[in-house]
Every structure is written in structure tokens, then in C-alpha cells.
Write a protein that binds this ligand. Structure first.
Ligand SMILES: Nc1ncnc2c1ncn2[C@@H]1O[C@H](COP(=O)(O)OP(=O)(O)OP(=O)(O)O)[C@@H](O)[C@H]1O
Ligand SMILES: [Mg+2]
Length: 481
């Protein structure tokens, strides 16, 4: 059996066609889960230390070595003193002063420090085992909102948000392996959940990919991203993997629900990427004809970062103190683990009150993630409401702010201008304009996206697809062919 997988920046989903029927994989009560994974780091607890016979032997060995060493040092000092005493009167004083006095411990003291040494070794070994386990043991990982909750509540472990957005970045040292490991965990989670639901070992998949991955290395970033995805899929137990561009997948889904043939422009706006495809959909053919695809690696997370910078960061001193702006950006970019690490390492002691304390509270485990969730929540609610409240009690008692619709419009303006440029470029390359627009992706729920699309294609019929499941539906159909 072959499944379709939408490994999204914000949400992931999977599905298959079973006996001609589309079946989406259930993750808990939902058909998707937030692409976030948590690895609890089981910190060694010294209370669990026990002096087993084996450790007792180890302690005795250490004690024996320490006793022998002490005896040797004492003998050496004794001999040196005897030699000094043989020196002539005038030099004797000086010679005696030059002899170090060895520390003389009682057998009880030696035994106590040997046990201390064994305890230290035990702690180091437990930490090493815990690190290995969190790297390898699937049992310990949590996914989706559960992952975020566990991280915020426990204050320990590792949380990785939106790993897809990092796949195309220049990765230093072990970062590639880490990202590969995380992606493997997620794809294995999808494979085992799908296998359990469909009652068969799933080993084959069609995996969605954006037209252009988010990347710091232009084209090379896209090549790297797809390679990591491929390696991760194999490590996760898939034997056959094919890639399909996400907007082409959405076109396949739309094709299935369209009676008469139409030329449509698919617009898929997700958390990390914005993709377009031009396709002939509908009619009796089994699949649509994809005439072209275009992409820009920007999406909802960019709007979130902008909104955080404009609406929330002033509460932490942005525009008020002389704190360099990049620190606020680092705090806002929750999916970028290098930036997050930089933010947490920064010392804010010298920032003016009350911003010093607020920034330090924001550095506490899980707080930038909470802030980021609150910003995203505000953005989502402002698609329907005109004003929302954001509470930041975990930073400071009673700290709160109001976010207004115009602030989201401003935060989205750079993104919208990139979307319009992308659409114009694509329209120029098209031989004839589309007869309809098919909108999908979570961001397509916002009024400003619809408005921007309507401005570029006045009078064109806009069909709102399933914002969350448009892509995975098409991938599931593609997998069934
Ligand atoms: N009602 C809403 N208004 C505005 N934005 C929304 C709304 N609902 C969801 N979003 C945004 O949509 C984005 C997620 O969309 P989607 O699930 O399509 O992304 P994805 O498929 O995970 O990402 P990508 O395709 O870029 O890899 C998030 O940025 C989310 O905040
Ligand atoms: Mg998507």
C-alpha cells in the first residue's frame, strides 16, 4: 500500500485511497498534527544512585589506588625530610621549607571520596545513556500540541518546531544529523500510525514538496532539503519514495471534485511556503494536466515573526531600549534553533528595567514557544475579529497587550507584496489567464490573502478549498495511481 504524506512546515497529514475511498490518517482526534516534536531528556536523578556490588568493587579499587598513592607521597616526603636534616645548619631550614606536605586522609575519608567518584561516574554515564536514548528511542518522543505542552510544563528536554523550514539551510557540524534524526522520527510516526490504521505495513509513499524550499543556499538548499527528506524516509522504514510538488497535489484533489474542464490557478499558502500551479482540471481524464508551477519560500511564519516584532517585542524594549534589534528577531523566530540558542545565551542584565527582567523571563525554557503560539493565535483570530488580547502572565504578573487588525495588515504587507509579485510573474508566463483560482493552505483562511488574490485576478472565480487538507487529499490520490 502506498500513502500520500504532506510533511508541512506547520502541520503534517497523511492519507490513502482504500477500496476507492479517500481515507485520511487519524492522529489522535485529528487528521493532522502540528509538525513539532519533543524529546524528553531524562535527567539523571542522584536519588536513584545505589552502591551495587559492582560499584562497591569499583569504589574499593579507587580507594586502594588512592591509599597507595598517599603512602607513596608520605614516604617520599619522609625521605626528603631525612635528607634535609642531613644538610648543614644554614641550608637545613630552607630545604625543609621546600618539601610539600602531603595531605593525609584517614581510611574513612579515602573511602568517602572514592564513593563520591563512583557517584560522579554513574551520573555521567546516566546522562550519556539519556542522550543516546533521546536520539534513538521513538517511545520517548511526543508530537504536535502534546509536544509543546510537555516542553512548556516540564521545562526540560528538546522541542523542535517546524523542522521543514530548516532543511534548506546551511547546516553546521552535527546539525544535519540532528535534523535528519528529527525528520526521521516524524516520518516514522506517520508510517507507524498509518500502518496501524490500515492494518498493513506501509513501506511506500508519495511525499509532497514545495516548489521552492526555504533555503539559505539558493538552489543547493532545495537539493539538500529533498535529500534529507529522502534519507529520513528510508531511515523511517519507507522503501519507495516519490516526490510531488504540493500545488500539483492540490490540483489533483481539485480535479477529483470538478465536473467540467477548467483552467485553474492553484494557490497554496502554508506556514513556510507559498506555491502556485496552473492546471487544466475537471472532465473525464484521470489526472489534471499541470501546465506550470511557481513558488516563493515565504508563508504564515513570516507574518507571525513580523507581528511579534511589531506588536509584542515593544513590551520587551524594542524601540525603547538600545538592545540590538536582532535579539528581538531571534526571540521571535521560534522555528530557528540556532537563533533560539543565540537568544537564550544573550545576557540582558544591563538592559533598563523592567525590560531586563522581561527578557530574562522570555529566555526561560518554553517561553519563546508560548509567545510564538500566542502571536500565531492572535494572527488567526484577527482573520475574523478586529482586536484580540494577548496575556503574558508567565513573563510578568498582569502583563498583557491588545493586538488590532491593522497591525496584522501591516505585519502581512511584505508577505503580500511577495505573493503579488509571484502571481504577476506566473501570470506573465501563462499563455492565457486562469478561469478560476483554487485556494488552499492554512493562510488562505485570512481575508487579506483572498483580497490580494482578487486584486491580481479581478473578476476571476475564487474557489475556497479545504485549507488544511487540500494538499494531502491530492497526495493520497496520487499515491493510489
Ligand atoms: N484562520 C487563519 N487565519 C490566518 N492564518 C491561518 C489561519 N488558520 C491557519 N493559519 C495559518 O496557516 C499556516 C499553516 O498552514 P498549512 O497548514 O497549510 O501549512 P503547512 O502545510 O504546514 O506549511 P507549508 O505548506 O508551507 O510547508 C500557519 O501559519 C497558520 O498560522
Ligand atoms: Mg502545505
Amino acid at each position: 500500500m502506498r500513502i500520500g504524506i504532506d510533511f508541512g512546515t506547520s502541520y503534517s497529514a497523511a492519507g490513502a485511497v482504500v477500496d476507492g475511498q479517500l481515507q485520511l490518517v487519524r492522529f489522535g482526534d485529528e487528521h493532522q498534527f502540528r509538525t513539532t516534536v519533543y524529546f524528553p531528556l531524562r535527567l539523571p536523578d542522584i536519588r536513584h544512585f545505589e552502591l551495587t556490588p559492582e560499584l562497591e568493587r569499583e569504589a574499593s579499587l579507587i580507594a586502594a589506588r588512592a591509599t597507595a598513592y598517599q603512602r607513596e607521597q608520605l614516604d617520599r616526603a619522609r625521605q626528603a625530610r631525612a635528607a634535609a636534616m642531613r644538610e648543614p645548619e644554614g641550608r637545613r631550614e630552607h630545604a625543609l621549607a621546600m618539601i610539600p606536605t602531603p595531605v593525609e586522609q584517614t581510611p574513612e575519608q579515602i573511602r568517602a571520596s572514592s564513593i563520591q567518584a563512583v557517584r560522579r561516574q554513574w551520573m555521567a554515564e546516566q546522562a550519556r545513556l539519556a542522550r543516546e536514548e533521546t536520539g534513538l528511542d521513538l517511545q520517548n518522543a511526543l508530537y504536535g500540541d502534546e509536544a509543546t505542552d510537555a516542553y512548556v510544563d516540564s521545562g526540560t528536554g528538546h522541542l523542535v518546531v517546524s523542522p521543514k523550514s530548516m532543511l534548506g539551510y546551511r547546516l553546521s557540524g552535527s546539525a544535519r544529523d540532528t535534523l535528519l534524526g528529527i525528520t526521521t522520527h516524524i516520518l516514522r510516526h506517520i508510517r507507524t500510525t498509518a500502518s496501524a490504521q490500515f492494518g498493513t505495513e506501509v513501506r511506500s509513499a508519495v511525499l509532497g514538496r514545495p516548489v521552492r524550499f526555504r533555503s539559505s543556499m539558493q538552489e543547493a538548499g532545495g537539493v539538500q532539503a529533498q535529500q534529507i527528506l529522502m534519507d529520513a524516509a528510508h531511515a523511517a522504514g519507507f522503501e519507495a519514495i516519490e516526490f510531488l510538488q504540493e500545488p500539483a497535489a492540490a490540483a489533483i484533489g481539485f480535479h477529483r471534485q470538478t465536473q467540467s474542464p477548467r483552467r485553474v490557478m492553484v494557490v497554496d499558502i502554508g506556514g513556510g511556503t507559498t506555491d502556485l500551479a496552473l492546471a487544466n482540471v475537471g472532465g473525464p481524464t484521470p489526472a489534471p494536466t499541470i501546465l506550470g508551477a511557481w513558488g516563493e519560500p515565504v508563508g504564515g511564519t513570516d507574518v507571525d515573526i513580523e507581528l511579534s516584532m511589531r506588536a509584542l517585542m515593544p513590551l520587551f524594549g524594542k524601540g525603547v531600549t538600545r538592545t540590538p534589534v536582532h535579539h528581538f528577531y531571534e526571540a521571535s523566530a521560534a522555528q530557528d534553533f540556532e537563533r533560539q540558542a543565540n537568544f537564550r545565551r544573550t545576557v540582558f542584565r544591563d538592559v533598563d528595567a523592567p525590560f531586563d527582567r522581561r527578557l530574562e523571563r522570555l529566555q526561560a525554557t518554553g517561553h519563546t514557544v508560548r509567545l510564538n503560539r500566542a502571536v500565531e493565535g492572535a494572527k488567526i483570530r484577527l482573520s475574523a475579529d478586529t482586536v484580540v488580547n494577548v496575556e503574558l502572565d508567565y513573563i510578568e504578573d498582569g502583563l498583557r497587550t491588545e493586538v488590532q487588525r491593522p497591525q496584522v495588515d501591516q505585519a502581512a504587507s511584505r508577505f503580500l507584496s511577495l505573493l503579488r509579485t509571484l502571481m504577476r510573474g506566473a501570470l506573465r508566463e501563462m499563455q492565457a489567464p486562469p478561469e478560476a483560482v483554487y485556494l488552499t493552505g492554512g493562510m488562505s483562511r485570512s481575508p487579506y490573502i483572498r483580497d490580494a488574490v482578487a486584486v491580481e485576478l479581478p473578476g476571476t472565480d475564487i474557489v475556497q478549498g479545504n485549507a488544511s487538507l487540500g494538499v494531502v487529499t491530492g497526495l493520497a490520490y496520487a499515491a493510489s495511481d
